[in-house]
Design a protein around this ligand. Structure first.
Ligand SMILES: Nc1ncnc2c1ncn2[C@@H]1O[C@H](COP(=O)(O)OP(=O)(O)OP(=O)(O)O)[C@@H](O)[C@H]1O
Length: 360
């Protein structure tokens, strides 16, 4: 799962990337002419794994992970006074979600491409660029579809007409400044447009990159769309925090008056926005979180561990995390009757601890 970090020039993309991924990519990369995107895998913080590790004393603890991409390097710089450049927009198609870093910090020494700090305006500017990119794809496709439909026999037209009607609906939404992610669609319609990789259909996390003075009273922003969320974070401070060891982090956080790094919240929110939940496995070898899409049946969840387990699936021995913890151990949970045997179609829930029985 890949999250692409976007934003206007100097909004703090690389700083936020460094904060989230605990990397040390060079900031102001554009001015240094860097052309490669920065990539990093990030562990999704999950306290449940720490608790399970105490219970099972495993040799290894493995977190779910997601990939962040800081695409500033390939952007070639933002257009003068405009939004995101075409080369960047093309690149974003393959991302599963977008993280838009919006400048909300004041610093005369860091120029803003549009002259002043104004988060609402910048969100609108970038959203407009994303919409333009989607609209261009729709317009091109509609021209082809219309040409095809006129030539087709009536009985073959049905699918093409359904696609055209849907695209016309999406076009109208975009023209009314509504992102595609906010348009109600059936599963079939969503499948129909998947191949277009529309940018405004992707989940969107807005990160307000605030100044140090706003850490304890961060501003909020109304962004009332589906599959969207807004969080605030001070990239500069978080990037410094990300470089410290645990002891120094605790001291630094106490000085700042915060109880946990904002980084953790941002990573968790992006995980949720991707529509992911974690099921867990626990044993002496390994305690592990496995990312799956919400509403995944047990047999498919088993497949995320190994295709052999999916193929030979018999039952999923399942206990909810809270039931296991309140029982105090797996044997105790069995005695309490909270360990269930679930079949192939059981919908795996976040925090389920699963042991799959299968035919080898
Ligand atoms: N929250 C913040 N408070 C103060 N300064 C910040 C904050 N976040 C980033 N900066 C500073 O802003 C400058 C630009 O940051 P950064 O290089 O991360 O932006 P960018 O969006 O990646 O830039 P580019 O468009 O050049 O790729 C840097 O000097 C950085 O230290």
């Amino acid at each position: 799962m890949k999250l692409a970090i976007i934003g206007l020039a100097n909004s703090g993309k690389t700083t936020v990337f460094n904060a989230l991924t605990r990397s040390t990519a060079e900031t102001a990369a554009f001015s240094s002419g860097q052309m490669e995107p920065n990539l990093a895998m990030v562990k999704v913080p999950d306290q449940r794994l720490e608790v399970l590790a105490q219970m099972f004393k495993p040799r290894k603890v493995t977190y779910a992970d997601v990939q962040y991409v800081d695409v500033a390097g390939i952007s070639g710089g933002e257009r003068q006074g405009g939004g995101l450049p075409p080369a960047l927009l093309n690149y974003l198609g393959t991302a599963d979600a977008l993280v838009h870093v919006v400048r909300a910090f004041a610093d005369e020494g860091v120029p803003h491409p549009n002259g002043s700090v104004n988060p609402l305006r910048d969100v609108a500017t970038v959203d407009l660029e994303l919409s333009f990119s989607d609209l261009a794809i729709i317009e091109k496709r509609l021209v082809r579809l219309n040409a095809e439909i006129t030539k087709m026999a009536t009985k073959d037209k049905e699918l093409r007409v359904a696609e055209r009607d849907l695209l016309v609906r999406l076009q109208a939404a975009l023209e009314a400044e509504t992102p595609i992610r906010n348009v109600e669609m059936s599963e079939e319609e969503e499948r129909m447009i998947r191949g277009f990789q529309f940018l405004t259909a992707k989940p969107m996390l807005i990160v307000l990159n605030v100044g140090e003075e706003a850490i304890n009273n961060p501003p909020s922003m109304d962004y009332p769309y589906q599959k969207s969320a807004v969080v605030a974070l001070c990239g500069k401070i978080e990037a410094e925090l990300a470089q410290l060891d645990d002891a120094d982090t605790a001291t630094f956080m106490a000085d700042l008056g915060i109880s946990s790094p904002a980084r953790d919240v941002v990573i968790q929110r992006s995980y949720e926005l991707l529509g992911l939940i974690s099921f867990l496995t626990a044993g002496e070898d390994e305690v592990r979180a496995w990312p799956i899409r919400r509403n995944t049946p047990a047999v498919e969840a088993a497949g995320s561990i190994h295709s052999d387990i999916q193929r030979g699936f018999i039952r999923a021995e399942t206990v909810a995390y809270t039931d296991l913890i309140s029982a105090g151990g797996m044997n105790e949970a069995k005695k309490a009757g909270t360990v269930r045997l679930e079949g192939k179609t059981y919908i795996v829930q976040d925090g389920d601890i699963c042991h799959f029985r299968f035919n080898k």
